[in-house]
Design a protein around this ligand. Structure first.
Ligand code: BGC
Length: 255
């Protein structure tokens, strides 16, 4: 299985995995999704990862995207999954100890961004590129001349909630989960999300914004309503990017 790495995307609603051919950035076979257990503990997530490893009968390097800040392999934040349960945890080490596979953990949006830059909508694009993943939260990765600036966390920019007048995390207002929670029309969502895009753009000035995550497959419903003074592309790898990028990063980070 040379060049074939197990990529895992840990999310608030599902833990997803697939074997990735990292030379092409493509899945080898099917993707497996296990609903994230409601307990949201490291042990519960570890069990899901164990089930994915067994289902693929896999041994080798594993790349894992996680929805939080990861520095030196330690989880520093976990807003949408488990909160304090994960802080200070070295999940990669736990995977190694429990399943004998060497693992590499990185932020999920950074993983998705790496995949888009290497194999997808950002391939061969220079300059400053932002890749946004819009799903349970809003993840942001940015690249300068193809190099990642990790752990940016712009989904937590504070924006005004019209209903309460309070300033809250942008992702609480404009993620796909927020849209689904109140059954918002795509037009209404796009007008709110545009406010986030404009705010983000005013602070970072990228040359290109790539929009990925769960909403990427619905771009026909919202792209026409987006307003921001920046080039926009829809992610090519769509919601496969997190898995593909995690596998790619493991292949380059674990020697
Ligand atoms: C987290 C980010 C993550 C994003 C998308 C946010 O709540 O803080 O680290 O990339 O969700 O999952």
């Amino acid at each position: 299985m040379k060049g074939k790495i197990l990529g895992i995307d840990i999310g608030g609603s599902g833990v997803k995995g697939a074997i990735v051919d990292v030379s092409r950035g493509e899945f080898v076979g099917e993707r497996l999704r296990i609903p994230t257990p409601a307990t949201h503990t490291p042990a519960a997530i570890l069990d899901c990862i164990g089930s994915i490893i067994s289902a693929f009968n896999y041994s080798g390097k594993i790349g894992c995207g996680f929805p939080g800040v990861i520095r030196s392999q330690i989880i520093e934040t976990a807003a949408n999954i488990g909160g304090k349960n994960f802080i200070g945890v070295n999940l990669a080490e736990m995977i190694g100890l429990n399943y004998g596979c060497e693992a590499w953990l990185l932020n999920d949006a950074d993983a998705a961004g790496m995949a888009e830059m290497r194999y997808g909508a950002g391939k061969d694009v220079n300059g400053v590129v932002a890749v946004l993943t819009v799903g349970t939260g809003i993840g942001v990765s940015m690249f300068v001349g193809g190099r990642l600036v990790p752990n940016l966390e712009f989904g937590h920019l504070k924006m005004r909630d019209k209903k309460t007048g309070r300033n809250i995390d942008a992702e609480k207002l404009y993620s796909d989960a927020a849209r689904k929670r109140v059954d918002m029309s795509w037009k209404t969502w796009a007008s709110g999300f545009s406010k986030f895009l404009k705010y983000f753009h005013s602070l970072t000035r990228p040359d290109l914004i790539i929009i990925g995550g769960g909403v990427a497959s619905k771009s026909d419903k919202f792209l026409k309503y987006l307003e921001v003074d920046c080039d926009i592309k829809i992610a090519q790898l769509q919601n496969r990017a997190g898995i593909i990028g995690a596998a790619y990063c493991a292949s380059t980070s674990i020697k």
